[in-house]
Design a protein around this ligand. Structure first.
Ligand code: GAL
Length: 464
């Protein structure tokens, strides 16, 4: 039996925009994602999240299903424009009421709420009227919004994640333009990233001075990173893989653990990489009580000699290629999910070890891991053996990393249920719970039943 420590945290994750629906119900205003999805051509089949899983109206049913699975924790995010429609100023009591109800419902089933404050759904007014993440003042708006959450929910919520995947906000939102707000620039992503870090730092400082002493919770950030394996043993490829990891994860984690961006980014990005003021550096350094990691896949990395072109063949997972000069490729024998992401559990082990070594063995939570597959119900059941195998192989890799001394404290499956997969609309199913988008019926998939056993046994039998 592969056994996890007694207090290991087992959970699932979702985000507000992907599941709630009720886009204009209860006083909610649009976020940049509502506007993006309502712009023709931005999402698969022009799908939007107006209804999504209708979780806003069905949260009781959903929390009951979570209770049936024996989940210890549930990670969800707050829709900023639901509780503060303009992104600043007057709060919306109905929105606050919804999250109070959700939190209370979770606690009723003994499920620990983990709240993400920002999972990409910036109030639209902040974008159109204030330039969103490009404006340094966003850090103050975010701090005020975060305080609204600490003061309203912090009596019961003890686990906070400020930002989900600032890399995605910066690169997919402002470099590749495939996510909201759909901008394509070589300068803006670095400014946006800087402001995201500053916003995170301010929210954490606010929590630590005003709320943590009495509420006694923890606060951190969740970054995403794929593994980068050198394509060959050549020093140039080994360096390329390392450089790629530093541009991906180091970009956000180095300022938090070391107080500055990686040196390799300074060298290559030059003036486009902002400098931290002393005040910001102080706020950001040491600003995470744990290391939140979203991880799904990996690729080979190889060096691109000066003068040669990077073949940007891989959707979304690179970064600004001309700054890194890293070529990414998939192994021909690797199995892919419907995202075309390789199933690479050994990459998960290596990434955990890389983090542990670079950042001095921080407590780590995997706040997302999972896979998209073509699931279809048959006779009221959803048979998804590939997902079960995926989860089991990644958890085995996690366990191996823990045996090497990695301080992994918990694991959240992405996702509790099928949902609106951003630009890919409803075409990708990541859930361990199936959602029929016609009837909105939920069906726990076989992987959910397997995960339920994992939780109750605190481990699983390895495959023979
Ligand atoms: C993460 C993101 C989630 C989900 C998942 C699968 O990057 O935080 O919202 O979409 O990927 O693509």
């Amino acid at each position: 039996m592969i056994k996890f420590p007694d207090n290991f945290l087992w959970g699932t994750a979702t985000s507000s925009h992907q599941i709630e629906g009720a886009a204009t119900q209860g006083g909610r205003a649009w976020s940049i994602w509502d506007a993006h999805a309502h712009t023709p051509g931005r999402t698969h089949n022009n799908e939007n999240a107006d209804i999504a899983c209708d979780h806003y109206n069905r949260y009781k049913e959903d929390v009951k299903l979570m209770g049936d699975l024996g989940l210890k924790a549930y990670r969800f995010s707050i829709s900023w424009s639901r509780i503060q429609p303009d992104g600043q100023g007057k709060p919306n009591p109905e929105g606050i009421h919804f999250y109070n109800n959700l939190i209370d419902e979770l606690l009723k089933y003994g499920i620990t709420p983990w709240i993400t404050l920002y999972h990409w759904d910036l109030p639209l007014a902040l974008h159109t009227e204030k330039d969103g993440w490009l404006n340094p003042d966003i850090a103050d708006y975010f701090e005020a919004y975060a305080e609204l959450c600490f003061s309203n929910f912090g009596d019961r919520v003890k686990h906070w994640i400020t930002l989900n995947e600032p890399w995605v906000v910066s690169i997919l939102g402002y470099a590749e333009g495939v996510f909201a707000p759909g901008r394509k620039s070589r300068e803006e992503p670095y400014i946006v990233a800087h402001n995201l870090l500053r916003a995170h730092g301010k929210a954490v400082a606010n929590y630590r001075t005003k709320y943590q002493p009495s509420q006694k919770g923890v606060i951190g950030i969740t970054n995403n990173c794929d593994w980068r394996e050198p394509l060959t043993d050549e020093a140039s490829d080994v360096e390329a893989a390392q450089r790629s990891l530093e541009f991906f994860l180091g970009w956000f984690a180095d300022p938090i653990y070391f107080g500055d961006y990686p040196a390799v980014m300074r060298e290559r990005v030059g003036d486009r990489l902002p400098e931290f003021s002393e005040e910001d550096r102080e706020l950001i350094k040491g600003s995470s009580d744990f290391f939140g990691l979203n991880h799904y896949t990996g690729l080979y990395a190889s060096d691109v000699p000066p003068g040669e072109e990077v073949q940007n063949a891989v959707y979304g997972n690179g970064g600004i290629f001309e700054d890194q000069y890293v070529q990414l490729t998939a192994g021909p024998e690797w199995k892919l999910t419907t995202m075309n992401w390789a199933i690479l559990p050994w990459g998960c082990k290596k990434l955990l070890e890389w983090i542990s070594e670079r950042y001095d063995n921080p407590p780590i939570y995997i706040t997302e891991n999972g896979c998209a597959l073509d699931d279809k119900p048959e006779d009221g059941k959803v048979h998804d053996p590939v997902r079960k195998d995926y989860l089991q192989s990644y958890l085995t890799a996690c366990h191996q990393a823990m045996e090497q001394g990695v301080d992994l404290k918990g694991y959240f499956v992405w996702s509790f249920m099928d949902n609106f997969e951003w630009a890919l609309g409803y075409s990708k199913r990541f859930g361990i719970t199936y959602v029929d988008y016609e009837t909105l019926e939920r069906i726990p998939k076989e992987s959910a039943l397997w995960f339920k056993d994992v939780i109750s046994n605190n481990g699983f039998e390895p495959d023979k």
